[in-house]
Design a protein around this ligand. Structure first.
Ligand code: SAH
Length: 242
């Protein structure tokens, strides 16, 4: 059954965006009384029947609450040193499937950005998150936040969150050991470097604010592989793949 995120749900009716109305009318050729899944983008899912449709608007009548808890128990955030080109597209897409709650690009010393416009990729990435949320039946759409400087991120991330920075030069702490000691965090921040990695002083700064640097093993992962493998491993360990 096709699924839509409603712009508004009030008095037993769900109102869709004009793009969704267009899609229903011209792509799916939907008919009145046809049934669809509708969710509110926060916590609820419903079966609803199409009661009005034109080029600009679509209205559905809510028939049944079919909410299932699909969201992970914890909030996972991926913070990625801004890579070149479109390498973050897959991180946002697959991170959404894996249950990520939010994503941001991080400006660190080895980030190579040619045009100032590159700093602002969040709108496009948000659309990728919206699509992936629909496809993977997420109830909450992950939020793509504006790019943030590394110093600001490591200072401002909540102190009671589990905050992990992946560093290939870490020799003591593995991800497993870090998680063994993590307890029951409500929020998890995963920070990975851009293609060129982090400077040592950036890792030291993060650690001074309570972040833990971890190794992911002896192989070097790409900037697009590292956050996804970490998110999978952490979610598995903390019981969010059940
Ligand atoms: N500095 C490296 C590669 C950076 S890989 C080089 O150019 O040789 C991009 C990011 O992925 C790193 O900054 C780190 O956050 C993460 N990463 C990749 N492999 C890792 C590993 N084995 N252990 C910990 N972090 C890793």
């Amino acid at each position: 059954m096709n699924r839509f995120f409603a712009e508004e749900i009030t008095d037993g009716k769900a109102y869709l965006s004009s793009e969704d109305a267009y899609h229903l009318k011209n792509v799916l050729r939907a008919r009145l009384q046809e049934r669809f899944e509708v969710c509110d983008g926060e916590s609820k899912e419903y079966i609803a029947s199409l009661v009005a449709l034109d080029k600009q608007s679509a209205v559905l009548e809510i028939l049944e609450d079919v909410t299932v808890e699909r969201e992970p128990k914890r909030d996972y955030y991926i913070c990625q040193g801004m890579p070149k080109g479109k390498k973050s597209d897959d991180v946002v897409r697959h991170g959404t499937e894996l249950g990520m709650r939010g994503f941001c690009h991080v400006i660190s010393q080895r980030v190579i950005v040619k045009n100032p416009g590159d700093y602002d990729k969040s709108d496009r990435l948000q659309r990728i998150a919206d699509e992936a949320a629909k496809q993977s039946k997420r109830i909450r759409i992950p939020k793509v936040m504006d790019a943030i400087k590394l110093e600001e991120l490591v200072r401002s991330a909540p102190k009671d969150a589990l905050r992990i920075i992946a560093w290939e030069e870490e020799t003591e702490l593995s991800l497993k050991k870090c998680l063994d000691a993590a307890g029951d965090p409500k929020e998890v921040y995963i920070l990975v470097g851009p293609e060129g990695g982090f400077e040592r002083d950036e890792v030291e700064l993060a650690k001074s604010y309570g972040w833990q640097s971890v190794t992911l093993g002896k192989r070097i992962l790409r900037t697009e592989t590292a956050p996804l493998s970490m998110l999978s491993a952490v979610a598995y360990y903390l019981g969010d793949m059940e």
